[in-house]
Design a protein around this ligand. Structure first.
Ligand code: FAD
Ligand code: DLZ
Length: 510
């Protein structure tokens, strides 16, 4: 008897474990655009276009390779509105021996999938997702017995495991594991940032854009100027574009922010990595080749590879180690609602406006915008973790719970008590001024901390430190910050706290 093989919208590769040893002539691949997956969050319109179009292209490629594929296109009146319902229909029609799937990337769906065997009355085989360098059990072994997890030590293990940027005698190339100290340059327009890779929409993508405009018009963002890759081949072109034009400067300007350039020297590969169009090791090996051939310097290539086999694998390990309780963490006791301007970009804070506006237009903002601008503001103002996590899950084309949640809840909000990061990334306006040219175009004055036009980040920063003294004062990495706070005269401190409290009471008017 044949099997049903389920392929999810973020599992678009023929190397998927669910397809291993499958019988092309008999087994039936099932893919479905369903309301439940399209609506569990307010997905950015470009994310919906990207996922549906990439799914349709992948199904077409499978059919071209001789696979039997059942594909449900999204219609508002689809009888099956969830993946479970699609499978129920297929089981009725085909009476398969088994359903085979690869484990999914999200606790919500994982719970549903673990019940399918009972509800569908058919054996369900869920295979490990082999698209990661570190398996879940391997990560759990590494984490066992450690009170705090540090990415840097995990990353070194992954370097040794993959051999990436390792010398023949198993030492890190160049003598150091990490070249971050070289990667903190401000960008002043030179060298010019390359144009991002563009793929013009074909007929399939144009149809999906119409569908999203018609049926998901209330979702965040815009479909305008959609130019992402939607096939494996196109994603490889995007990778080559990055290596040729952006990788050489990736390291130098990794932490930079710009008032005029949305993409700077970032790779814009996360949507493809997270949906299976690109494999993380292929991407890292391509970057390593660029170093070996002298096309890109070590600080750039090491920094890039660290993001993928370091941070990306690390956050995924933490997610599966700590879910489902992780999602409820709120160790700083935050209660504030998300200001409405996160959805509109309608704020006079220039850096926030620029980051949110890019997010709305592109479904993309680079890491430093996410961490040090919109993230930092949420941290300083004490936004409830669930509110800000929901926002990050909705607004980015690359957002999937396994990667979004630890980044937001752990790295940005420090809501896990420092399990993921040793100190909060709290920063005043000075940091944004140092790394960007936003402040010169801002309504607020970055050099002021009090007064009506003072940069809100400044007093909010001190308020954050002051109100969380108990949590952070004994952290050696924050001792200097507290010394600076304690050194200030008491009337100055009072004025800073008063300004911050006014801001906290009036966030929506900023
Ligand atoms: P580059 O800067 O070119 O980096 C290369 C690759 O490294 C990325 O494509 C990505 O796969 C990986 N990477 C880099 N940083 C991280 C990180 N911190 N965690 C995991 N992978 C990383 N990334 C997502 O893929 N999905 C998310 O939903 C997501 N949510 C985030 C939320 C917050 C609050 C923060 C601070 C970061 C989040 N990130 C997320 C991580 C990072 O910001 C994005 O991966 C990156 O901006 C994607 O753009 P890029 O491909 O141009 O990355
Ligand atoms: C993100 C997404 C969307 C928008 N739509 C679908 C869909 O219609 N069908 C599908 O199989 N997958 C979709 N996905 C991806 C899933 O939500 C994803 O597999 C889970 O979030 C687990 O990572």
């Amino acid at each position: 008897m044949a099997n049903l093989i389920l392929i999810l919208g973020d599992q678009l590769t023929t190397r998927l474990s669910a397809l291993e040893n499958a019988d092309k002539n008999n087994d039936l691949v099932v893919m479905a655009e369903v309301k439940e997956e399209a609506s569990y969050t307010n997905h950015h319109k470009k994310k919906l276009v990207f996922i549906f179009s990439a799914m349709r292209h992948f199904a077409q490629a499978l059919t071209g390779q001789g696979w039997r594929v059942h594909y449900q296109e999204y219609q508002p009146d689809n009888e099956a509105t969830s993946l479970g319902q699609v499978l129920t229909q297929r089981v009725k029609e085909h009476q398969p021996a088994r359903i085979i799937a690869t484990e999914c990337g999200e606790w919500r769906l994982h719970q549903q999938m673990s019940q399918w065997q009972d509800t569908l009355k058919v054996p369900v085989e869920i295979r490990p997702d082999t698209r990661f360098v570190c398996s879940k059990p391997e990560f759990a072994d590494w984490a066992q017995g450690r009170k705090q997890l540090r990415m840097e030590f995990f990353y070194r293990e992954m370097r040794k495991k993959t051999g990436l940027l390792m010398s023949p005698d198993n030492e890190p190339e160049g003598g150091n594991w990490n070249y971050d100290a070289d990667n903190r340059k401000k960008w002043s327009g030179k060298p010019p940032a390359p144009a991002p890779f563009r793929m013009e929409p074909d007929d399939i993508t144009r149809d999906v854009i119409k569908l999203v405009e018609r049926h998901f018009s209330d979702h965040f963002g815009s479909t305008e100027d959609f130019h992402f890759a939607v096939t494996e081949q196109q994603a490889w072109q995007a990778l080559e574009h990055f290596i040729d034009y952006a990788l050489p400067c990736f390291g130098d300007y990794q932490d930079a922010l710009s008032d005029t350039e949305d993409w700077l020297f970032h790779s814009i590969l996360s949507p493809y990595l997270n949906t299976g169009l690109l494999d993380p090791l292929d991407v890292c090996e391509a970057a390593a080749r660029a170093w070996h051939s002298g096309q890109a310097p070590l600080n750039a290539v090491e920094g890039f590879i660290r993001q993928i086999i370091g941070w990306r694998e690390f956050v995924r390990g933490i997610y599966w180690l700590l879910m489902p309780d992780y999602a409820d963490e709120n160790r700083l006791g935050n209660t504030r609602k998300l200001p409405w301007f996160y959805w509109t970009g309608d704020t006079r804070m220039r850096c926030m406006h620029k980051a949110i506006d890019a997010t709305r237009r592109n479904g993309y903002a680079h890491h430093i915008q996410r961490l040090m601008v919109t993230g930092n503001f949420a941290l300083l103002t004490g936004i409830e973790p669930k509110e800000i996590c929901d926002w990050y899950l909705a607004v980015y084309i690359d957002a999937f719970d396994w990667v979004e949640l630890p980044n937001t809840l752990g790295m940005v909000m420090h809501a896990d008590g420092g399990y993921l990061g040793s100190k909060p990334y709290a920063a005043s306006g000075k940091y944004i001024q140092r790394m960007s040219d936003h402040c010169q175009n801002c309504h607020y004055r970055v050099q002021d901390a009090t007064g009506d036009k003072a940069c809100p980040f400044n007093s909010l920063y001190w308020h954050f430190l002051d109100r969380h003294r108990k949590a952070f004062a004994s952290n050696p990495r924050m001792a200097m910050m507290y010394r600076n706070w304690d050194r200030q005269a008491s009337d100055k401190k009072q004025a800073l706290i008063a300004r911050a409290e006014w801001l906290l009471d009036n966030l929506d008017s900023l």
